[in-house]
Design a protein around this ligand. Sequence first.
Ligand SMILES: Nc1nc2c(ncn2[C@@H]2O[C@H](COP(=O)(O)OP(=O)(O)O)[C@@H](O)[C@H]2O)c(=O)[nH]1
Ligand SMILES: [Mg+2]
Length: 297
Amino acid sequence: MFSFLKKTVVNLFSGIKSKLCSLFSKPINKNSLIELKTILLEADVGIKLANELTIKLEQWMQKTSNQSGSEARTFLEAQLLQILEKLPKSKTRSPEVLLLLGINGSGKTTTAAKLAHRFAQQGKQTLLVAADTFRMTAVEQLEEWAKTANVHFHRGSPNQDPASVAYQGCKRWRDENFDHVIIDTAGRLHTQANLINELAKIRRVVAKNVSEEKICSWLTLDSMLGQSSFAQAKLFGEALPLDGLLLTKFDGTGKAGTVFAIASQLKLPIPFITHGEEIDAIKQFDAKQYVHDLLYE
Ligand SMILES: Nc1nc2c(ncn2[C@@H]2O[C@H](COP(=O)(O)OP(=O)(O)O)[C@@H](O)[C@H]2O)c(=O)[nH]1
Ligand SMILES: [Mg+2]
C-alpha cells in the first residue's frame, strides 16, 4: 500500500519535484531565484505567478538575510498553500446527480467511470448515463467502463435528444433509488453554440426535476494542456454554472503548476485529480498534501 502511494506521488510530480528538492537541498542565492523561476515556468505555473513567487522569495531573502535552502522551502510552501487556500471548497465530493462536462479527450468518460467505481466501492448504488448520443463509440466506451466498474448503465436510442436521456437517467435515479447518477455529456458538436445550447438544456431539464443542491456540474480539464485550459473553463462556464474542476492526466505531465495557475485565476473548487488510465487512478484533491508532496521527498 505504502509503495503504491509513493509511486502515485512520484508520478504526479515527475520532474518538477526532483528539481525543487535539489534546489532547496543547498543554500540559496540569486542564481537559485532564476532557477526557481525556470522550474515554475516549466511546470506551467504561468508567468505572472512565477514572477510573483520569485520576487516574494527574493524579498524574504533580503529581509531575513537568510540563505537556508530548507527555510526557503518552508517559505515557498506557505506561499503556495496560500494560493490554493483561496479556492472555494467543493459543496460535496459525492454529488447525487453529477453532470460531467469537458472537451473531447479531456477525460470525461474515464473520469465518470472512476467516480462510479469509487462510489460503488463505498457501497453506493450508481448509475452511469451516456448522454453523448451522437457518437455511438462514446456510448459503447461508457458501457464497457460500466462493466469494469460493476455499476448500472443507461443509454438512450441513437440520436435521441441528450437532454431527454439525462432526464430518463434522473428518473431512474429516483424511481430505482440509486445513490448517484453520473451523466457523461458530449464534448464537441458541429458548432460551439450547439454544444453550449445542448449542455445548458441538459442542466435545465435536470434542474426541473431535481433540487439544485443535489446537482453538480464538474468540468474535466486536461492538465497537460496547462494554461490553454482557461479558455475551455470560460466557454463551459458561460453555458451553465460550474461547481468544480476535475484535473486529469496528472501522471507524468510535469505540469503540476497548472493547479496554482487555476487557483489564482478560475476560483473553482477542485474536488478530484486523476493520474492514470486505470479505474482507481483518481484521488481527492487536498491542498496541504499537494503542496507538501510537491516540495518534499
Ligand atoms: N494518462 C492518463 N490518461 C487518461 C487519464 N484520464 C483519461 N485518460 C485518457 O485520455 C483519453 C481520453 O479520455 P476520455 O475519457 O475518452 O475523454 P472524453 O473524450 O472527455 O470522454 C483516453 O485515452 C483515456 O484513457 C488520466 O488521468 N491519465
Ligand atoms: Mg467521452
